[in-house]
Design a protein around this ligand. Structure first.
Ligand code: ATP
Ligand code: MG
Length: 568
C-alpha cells in the first residue's frame, strides 16, 4: 500500500476526549473516529486490525468445530419478551418500533435468537451436540460509555452458543471453547488471566472470564501467585481472618456517640480499631428489605449477597427515608439488635466477640455485642469483598489484586433459555429433554484496545505481527531523490512479492514526519532507504528495538521476511 493513497489522518496532539493510552493512540493513529458517544467509525488502519482479530477468532472457532452463521442485528421483540430480558435489559437495550408499531431492538446479545434458530432448524437429536457462532455488531446503551472502543455502545462481538443433550456434553463443549479462547488470546499476543466469574443467581453452573491485566481495567481480579488461583472480585471466595477482640464474657452496653456516622468518625471517637466494629447495611432486595453485616474494615459484596438472597431483579441500598423507617434512626446508626428484617452476617463476624454496632437510635451505638446472645442472624455466609493480603482460598498464601479488562466470557447456561423458549429434543427412546446450552463471547473491538494497552510506548502503538495493520514499512528518506525512491520501490516490491503486507511511505513529507508516523501506527518493522543507498546499504529497525541496524539491501529484505514469518 502506498501511504500517499492511504486515509491515515494521524494527529500530533493528544485528543482531549481520551483518557487512556489505547483510546488516545487509536485516535492519534487515525484508526477510529467518534461519531457519537460510544459510537465509532473505523478508518482503514483500524478496520484492518479489527478484521485480523476477527479472522483469528474465526479460525479458532472453526477449528473447534463451531459453525458460523449470521443473525440480523435488528431483532423482533418476541423472543426477548419470552425470556423476560425485554424488561431485564432495561435502558441498556436499544428499542424501537417499526411503521406498524411492532417492537424491535438492536441485539445486545443473541441467546434467544440462537435458541430460536435451534428450535426452527435442528430436526433430530442426532444433530446434537452443536455449537454455532457469529461475528457481529452488538448494541448496548451503556450507562457510561468510555475508554473508546473498550466500552462502546456499538461493538463487534463474537458470540457462540453450544447445544447439548447432557451435562457431560456441555462440559465437553465448554472445554472446547475454553481451549479455543486460549488459542485466540495467545495468537493475539495478549497477556491474559482466566478467572472464575459469577454466574448469577439464576441458572448457570460455571463461568469464566478472560482478563487482560491492565491498570485501566474496570474489573477487579483477585489472584494468587503461588497456586495460580484467580477469580473475579465479585466471585472470589473469602477466607475469614480472626482479629483481636475485647476478652471476656461482657454484657452489651449502649453508648452515646454524637455525630459519629462513619467508621472513621467512630474510630476517632471511641479509640477502637476499625475491625472492632461491625457495619450493618440495609438493602432493598426486589421489594423486601434485608440487612447485611460485615466487619468495619470490610465491604459488602453485593453480587454474593444478591445470589444468596436469590434476588431476581435488583439489590440496591435502601433510601435514607427507608433506613429511617426500618431502624428508627438516622443513616449511620443501623444495627442488628431488635431489627425486624432478616440479617445476613458475614462469616468473619462469627469469629468476633464483643464488637460494636449501631443501636438503631440516632447518635447511639452498642458495644460488647455477641452473636447468639444479643441477636440472631438469619444466615451466616461469605458476603464480603476480598482484599489484597487476604488468604488464598486454595493454598492459604497471600492474595493479590489487579485490574483487568474482560475480553472474553464463557458461561454454562444450562436450560434457562431452552426452557423459556421451548427448545427440546426427543431422544431415541422417545424421551423429551430440555437442551442444555452454553454461551461464549469475545469482545473483538475491545481486544483491539486491550492489545494497545499492553503494547505501546511514548512513540505510539507496538503491534504484534499477527494483528498489525501492515507488517512492514519502507521509508525513502528524501522523496526528491530518484535513487532512494527507486531502491525503496524495489524493496517494497520484493517484500510484497514475498507475501509481506508492506507499506511504502511515498509521501512528500519530511523524514521526521515519516518516522513519527510509522512509530505511531505501530508497524512492526521498518526499512529506511537513505544516504547510503548508493552503496546498497539501508537501515533495518524493528519497532521494539532501540536502534536501527545498517544492512545490505538483500539482508534487510531477508530479515524482514523471516521476522514477519516467525512472529505471525
Ligand atoms: P462488561 O462486564 O464489561 O459490561 P459483559 O459481561 O456485559 O461486559 P458479555 O455480555 O459477557 O459482557 O459480552 C461478551 C464480551 O463482549 C465481553 O467479554 C466484552 O469483551 C465484550 N463487551 C461487552 N460489552 C462491551 C462494550 N460495551 N463495548 C465493547 N465490548 C464489550
Ligand atoms: Mg461478561
Amino acid at each position: 500500500m502506498r501511504m500517499s493513497k492511504l486515509l491515515m489522518p494521524t494527529l500530533r496532539e493528544v485528543p482531549a476526549e481520551a483518557e487512556i493510552a489505547s483510546h488516545k493512540l487509536m485516535l492519534r493513529a487515525g484508526m477510529i473516529r467518534k461519531l457519537a458517544s460510544g459510537i465509532y467509525s473505523y478508518l482503514p488502519l483500524g478496520l484492518r486490525v479489527e478484521r485480523k482479530i476477527e479472522q483469528i477468532v474465526r479460525e479458532e472457532m472453526d477449528k473447534a468445530g463451531a459453525l458460523e452463521l449470521l443473525m440480523p442485528a435488528l431483532l423482533p421483540a418476541e423472543a426477548y419478551m419470552q425470556s423476560g430480558r425485554w424488561e431485564i435489559f432495561g435502558p441498556s437495550m436499544f428499542k424501537m418500533k417499526d411503521r406498524y408499531e411492532r417492537d424491535f431492538c438492536l441485539g445486545p446479545t443473541h441467546e434467544e435468537l440462537f435458541t430460536q434458530t435451534a428450535i426452527d432448524n435442528i430436526r433430530s437429536y442426532k444433530e446434537y451436540p452443536m455449537t454455532m457462532y457469529q461475528i457481529q455488531h452488538k448494541y448496548r446503551d451503556e450507562g457510561r460509555p468510555r475508554f473508546g472502543v473498550i466500552r462502546s455502545r456499538e461493538f463487534v462481538m463474537k458470540d457462540a452458543y453450544s447445544f447439548d443433550l447432557s451435562e457431560e456434553g456441555l462440559d465437553r463443549s465448554y472445554q472446547a471453547m475454553y481451549k479455543a479462547y486460549c488459542n485466540v488470546f495467545n495468537r493475539l499476543g495478549l497477556d491474559f488471566t482466566i478467572v472464575d466469574a459469577d454466574s448469577g443467581a439464576m441458572g448457570g453452573s460455571g463461568s469464566q472470564e478472560f482478563m487482560v491485566k491492565s491498570p485501566v481495567g474496570e474489573d477487579g481480579i483477585a489472584y494468587c501467585d503461588d497456586c495460580g488461583y484467580a477469580a473475579n472480585y465479585e466471585k472470589a471466595e473469602c477466607v475469614p481472618t480472626e482479629v483481636e477482640c475485647p476478652e471476656g464474657d461482657l454484657d452489651m452496653e449502649m453508648i452515646h456517640t454524637p455525630n459519629a456516622h462513619t467508621i472513621e468518625e467512630l474510630v476517632e471517637f471511641m479509640g477502637a480499631k476499625p475491625y472492632n466494629f461491625v457495619k450493618t447495611i440495609i438493602y432493598k432486595a426486589d421489594d423486601k428489605f434485608i440487612a447485611a453485616m460485615v466487619r468495619g474494615d470490610r465491604d459488602v459484596n453485593e453480587v454474593k449477597l444478591k445470589n444468596l438472597v436469590g434476588c431476581v431483579d435488583d439489590l440496591e441500598l435502601a433510601e435514607p427515608f427507608e433506613v429511617k423507617r426500618i431502624t428508627n434512626a438516622e443513616v449511620g446508626f443501623a444495627g442488628p439488635v431488635g431489627l425486624q428484617i432478616p440479617v445476613y452476617v458475614d462469616k468473619e463476624v462469627e469469629l468476633m466477640k464483643n464488637f460494636i454496632v449501631g443501636a438503631n437510635q440516632t447518635d447511639m451505638h452498642y458495644k460488647n455485642v455477641n452473636i447468639g446472645k444479643d441477636f440472631t442472624p438469619f444466615m451466616i455466609a461469605d458476603i464480603r469483598v476480598i482484599c489484597p493480603g487476604d488468604k488464598c482460598p486454595r493454598c492459604g498464601k497471600e492474595i493479590k489484586a489487579a485490574q483487568g479488562i474482560e475480553v472474553g466470557h464463557i458461561f454454562k447456561l444450562g436450560t434457562k433459555y431452552s426452557k423459556a423458549l421451548g427448545l427440546k429434543a426427543q431422544t431415541e427412546t422417545g424421551e423429551e429433554k430440555d437442551v442444555i446450552m452454553g454461551c461464549y463471547g469475545i469482545g473483538v473491538t475491545r481486544c483491539l484496545a486491550a492489545s494497545i494497552e499492553q503494547n505501546n510506548d511514548e512513540n505510539g502503538i507496538i503491534w504484534p505481527v499477527a494483528i498489525a495493520p501492515y507488517e512492514a514499512v519502507v521509508v525513502p528518506v528524501n522523496a526528491k531523490s530518484e535513487e532512494q525512491t527507486a531502491l525503496a520501490e524495489e524493496i517494497y516490491k520484493e517484500l510484497s512479492d514475498a507475501g509481506i503486507e508492506a507499506l511504502i511511505d511515498d509521501r512528500n513529507e519530511r523524514p521526521g514526519v515519516k518516522f513519527k508516523d510509522s512509530d505511531l501506527i505501530g508497524i512492526p518493522v521498518r526499512i529506511v532507504v537513505g544516504k547510503k543507498c548508493g552503496e546498497g546499504i539501508v537501515e533495518y529497525k524493528e519497532r521494539t528495538a532501540a536502534e536501527a541496524v545498517e544492512k545490505t539491501v538483500s539482508q534487510a529484505v531477508k530479515d524482514v521476511i523471516s521476522f514477519i514469518k516467525s512472529n505471525k
